[in-house]
Ligand binder design. Structure first.
Ligand code: NAD
Ligand code: DAU
Length: 348
């Protein structure tokens, strides 16, 4: 079996669901259930014995040790993190606690347990760390896309905390020989994403007739990848990636934010003709330290492992909007008091 951390979050939940669609191996899913964790995203797995959910913290060494001894996973896939840049600006401490100290505790526990296993199991074991392109900093309009050799230059507390965790993973391979893999992916979108992130926020606000807040001039560029394609990239790297390597993952879909928002508006209106989104677009104060452009060069994962995304931005976004329109109960359940407080703090 494999141990997945953060498997009740956006990408982790999609990964677990896709895993069971493609593989037979059971999953132990360790998640703290922060505001971003949602067991409702995994409701289709109720009663499925292949899925063992454990509420807990990756920083809880006793719990992690117990899970490793009890389940003897052949791999750990680490999604658990604080993931929202704007929250890291308001309150960086949680990002240090989970992304730096928590990842360290998890790594160290896994290393101690792994080092006691028989040689053949040590050789096939994998620790896959899911990271981000934000560790590379910001690109100018004519700069080449981020490759695996681009120097790290994180600009937000979130990016700095992820960069720290990547360095720890690297060090645990280099120093102790732990068989690690790291993926650095661009912006994901798709079903089950918490509506603090750009695309689902625009969908929920459009449906509620609320302003669609676009930071600054709306010309910041992100490289978008459908979440299912990120999940297939992780499965590919887990199965075939070279130990100790990092792989950049991206959708080759650079878009300016304002163009993303206008496309969301058009797709929502095609399905809900009464929702006049365009007039809701509102330019608001910029995010402090807002990175201008991200772009991923995914040549390495394509050439070495044969991975390419199955979705274009247009097909992926259409599926995503369809999902949000069809899952009103999920969407209503995540817009709780804590969510409303966040929106008030960030956008008042
Ligand atoms: P998310 O915020 O939706 O989910 C994070 C999950 O981790 C939640 O279920 C939360 O409860 C859990 N968690 C948080 N702290 C924990 C802890 N201490 N112990 C155990 N569980 C904990 O995040 P996401 O968007 O699904 O991102 C998952 C991973 O992918 C993160 O590591 C993130 O840095 C990375 N990533 C995200 C994107 C993106 O666009 N969303 C892109 C590239 C990489
Ligand atoms: O690049 C990968 C990263 O993508 C992941 O590591 C992060 O976990 C994930 O949150 C995401 O980070 P971003 O900051 O790029 O995503 P976000 O959805 O917050 O913002 C996308 C762009 O949209 C960014 O340029 C900021 C802008 N934006 C965002 C929000 C929430 C707005 O203009 N208005 C908004 O209200």
């Amino acid at each position: 079996m494999i141990l997945v951390t953060g498997g009740a979050g956006f990408i982790g939940a999609n990964f677990v669901l896709d895993w069971f669609a493609c593989e037979h191996e059971p999953v132990v899913n360790l998640d703290k259930l922060t505001y971003a964790g949602n067991l409702g995203s995994l409701s289709s797995l109720a009663g499925d014995e292949r899925h063992v959910f454990v509420r807990g913290d990756i920083g809880d060494a006793d719990l992690v040790r117990t899970l490793l001894e009890r389940h003897r996973p052949r791999a750990v896939v680490n999604f658990a993190a604080e993931s929202h840049v704007d929250r890291s600006i308001h309150g960086p401490a949680a990002f240090i606690d989970t992304n730096v100290v928590g990842t360290f505790a998890l790594l160290d526990c896994v290393r101690a347990w792994w080092s006691e296993q028989p040689a053949d199991e040590r050789a096939t074991f994998r620790f896959l760390h899911v990271s981000t392109d934000e560790v590379y900093g910001s690109l100018g309009p004519d700069d080449s896309a981020f490759s695996e050799t681009t120097p790290y230059a994180p600009n937000s507390p979130y990016a700095a905390s992820k960069a720290s965790s990547d360095h720890l993973v690297r060090a645990y391979h280099h120093t102790y020989g732990l068989p690690t893999l790291t993926t650095n992916c661009s912006n994901n979108y798709g079903p089950r994403q918490f509506p603090e992130k750009l695309i689902p926020l625009m969908i929920v606000n459009a449906l509620a007739g609320k302003p669609l807040p676009v930071y600054g001039d709306g010309r910041n560029v992100r490289d978008w990848l459908y979440v299912g394609d990120h999940c297939s990239a992780i499965r590919t790297v887990l199965a075939h990636g070279r130990v100790g390597e990092t792989y950049n993952v991206g959708g080759n879909a650079e878009r300016a934010n304002i163009d993303v928002v206008r496309t969301v508006c058009r797709l929502v209106r095609e399905r809900r003709p009464h929702v006049d989104c365009e007039r809701l677009v509102t330019f608001v104060r910029d995010r402090p330290g807002h990175d201008r452009r991200y772009a991923i060069d995914a040549t390495k994962i394509r050439r070495e492992l044969g991975w390419t995304p199955a979705h274009t931005f247009e097909t992926g976004l259409a599926r995503t909007i369809e999902w949000y329109l069809d899952n009103g109960a999920w969407l209503a359940s995540v817009q709780n008091a804590e969510y409303r407080q966040w929106v008030e703090l960030q956008y008042a």
